[in-house]
Design a protein around this ligand. Structure first.
Ligand code: AMP
Ligand code: ZN
Length: 114
């Protein structure tokens, strides 16, 4: 989608530090990491939010979850543990309106949601 920063990363128009890629999803390092491991996983196809995911979008969500397993292995947090988060819309804290999942790990994550 025009002007979408994650579409631009998916298209290779702006650089991303790629961690993992399949035909439908891309995983790259978060530019402002909140934890020692902080990877963003996106569908290559533009979907604005989780609530905009139709049947095809849900297939992307499944592919994102499968990618999370691979990213956890690549980053060596598969055994130690990690967290996956999807922020949706304003109160969910979504800032970039291209569906994405955060994979966070590498430290003992605190409980709590806010
Ligand atoms: P959210 O609040 O869920 O929309 O999170 C958006 C995330 O994207 C934030 O953690 C940002 O640090 C990250 N981000 C924004 N721009 C880039 C970029 N160009 N490359 C990598 N990560 C980015
Ligand atoms: Zn996009």
């Amino acid at each position: 989608m025009e002007g979408c920063i994650f579409c631009k990363i998916a298209a290779g128009e702006i650089p991303g530090r790629k961690v993992y890629e399949t035909q439908s999803v891309l995983a790259f390092e978060d530019i402002h990491p909140m934890a020692p491991v902080h990877v963003i996983i996106i569908p290559k196809r533009h979907v604005a939010t989780l609530m905009d995911a139709d049947a095809e979008g849900m297939a992307d969500v499944q592919a994102m979850m499968a990618a999370a397993q691979e990213v956890a292995r690549i980053k060596k947090v598969d055994q130690r543990g990690f967290r996956v988060v999807i922020n949706c819309n304003e109160e969910g804290g979504q800032v970039v309106f291209h569906l994405h999942m955060h994979l966070l790990g590498g430290l003992k994550l605190r409980d709590g949601l806010a």
